[in-house]
Design a protein around this ligand. Structure first.
Ligand code: HEM
Length: 336
């Protein structure tokens, strides 16, 4: 082989190896992975067997009564007039399964509708209407800034401040946080999808939406008995007692995006003037501690959608799906 041909072969093999290395190492892709997310979320001492986020929660069950008003927008069975059963979970944000209910800044409702059906729908909703940031990388940065310093066990206020200062997209979230007053019951909170999805209609049309579970107007605002601030399970106890008397009822309200709204950016609220459709009511008829209910082993993956719904390109959705799976794998390996 001549020197020139030898050099050409070396060059070709070299560049092929470069391409293989680049693909294998994910060049051009995000360096944030599901494993890194969950490592960060679980911290140095994981609570084995528990979710690595929203670790504290309890199970709920009930049914969704669809009034059919969303049927022109989506062919999903769940939105045709009728009843769909669900198993769900109410939780607070955080990694500690024994954290005090009243200290958590975020409360949540997750639902698995039509469990066992091929066309099941899973949704995990939080009290804020928007996310602080709109990419997995920025969310990783946010979690890192909020994580306690391993040396002191304390959060670093300067680090937190500089994170928010360098992320102007956090404005709407911060404004919500400032105005938010936690309610006296999990039955009187509003829970938001935050991320947008598409409804796929019978005529092949596609409509971007967000949704929220909003307490039915006649829901008693006061807790059954005054919440005991020293009881770490105060909200759970109130909710369990409440549903023994009557179902907790939420309207499931969809907001329809305008073509000028960016459905891929969960940091920006859509204008109040956008049309809304009340698709029906969620009736929570039963609530049980996690050890006794059926929600513990459900992965509330937001990409489990029925025919008639689809994911947007919002990159947070894919990051969530991957991180929930990783958290699920870890906790399932530790206990069943
Ligand atoms: C990139 C952004 C996010 C990441 C990495 C993330 C990560 C996680 C992880 C690892 C879990 C535990 C999953 C399990 O073990 O089953 C979890 C649970 C949860 N997340 Fe997220 N999350 C993100 C964004 C969101 C958003 C935007 C919402 C609200 C719309 C949300 C709502 C919830 C809820 C309600 C749960 C508890 C579900 C349950 O009860 O099992 N998350 N999250």
């Amino acid at each position: 082989m001549s020197v020139f041909r030898y050099a050409a072969v070396v060059l070709a093999v070299g560049s092929l190896a470069g391409v293989i290395y680049a693909v294998a190492s994910g060049a051009g892709q995000s360096s944030v992975t599901a494993q890194r997310f969950v490592n960060l979320q679980e911290g140095a001492k994981p609570h084995e067997g528990f979710r690595r986020a929203h670790a504290k929660g309890f199970c709920v069950a009930g049914e969704f009564l669809s009034n059919g008003k969303l049927a022109p927008y989506s062919t999903a069975q769940v939105f045709q007039p009728g009843k769909t059963g669900f198993v769900g979970r109410m939780s607070i944000a955080g990694t500690n399964p024994t954290a005090p209910d009243l200290r958590s800044p975020v409360r949540s409702l997750a639902l698995n509708l039509g469990q066992g059906d091929a066309d099941g729908w899973r949704t995990a909703m939080n009290t804020p209407p928007v996310m602080a940031v709109g990419t997995p990388e920025a969310f990783y940065e946010q979690l890192s800034a909020l994580a306690p310093d391993p040396a002191t066990g304390q959060r670093n206020p300067q680090r937190i401040q500089s994170f928010f200062a360098s992320h102007p997209e956090t404005q709407a979230f911060l404004a919500w946080q400032k105005s938010y007053v936690p309610t006296q019951s999990l039955a009187t909170e509003r829970y938001h999808s935050i991320n947008a999805f598409y409804l796929l209609g019978p005529k092949g049309q596609r409509q971007a939406v967000r949704w929220a579970a909003v307490p039915a107007p006649d829901t008693p605002a006061q807790p059954l008995t005054a919440l005991n601030p020293d009881d770490p399970d105060a909200l759970q106890a109130e909710f369990l007692a409440r549903v023994k008397q009557a179902p907790a009822v939420f309207d499931l309200i969809f907001t329809l995006a305008d073509p000028t709204d960016n459905e891929n950016d969960p940091t920006v609220p859509w204008p109040e003037s956008r049309p809304t459709v009340v698709a029906g009511q969620l009736l929570i008829r039963a609530a049980q501690p996690e050890t006794k209910g059926q929600c513990k082993d459900i992965n509330f993956d937001p990409l489990v959608l029925p025919t008639g719904m689809a994911a947007t390109e919002d990159p947070i959705l894919r990051a969530r799906s991957a991180a929930y799976a990783e958290s699920y794998r870890r906790r399932a390996r530790e206990s069943l």
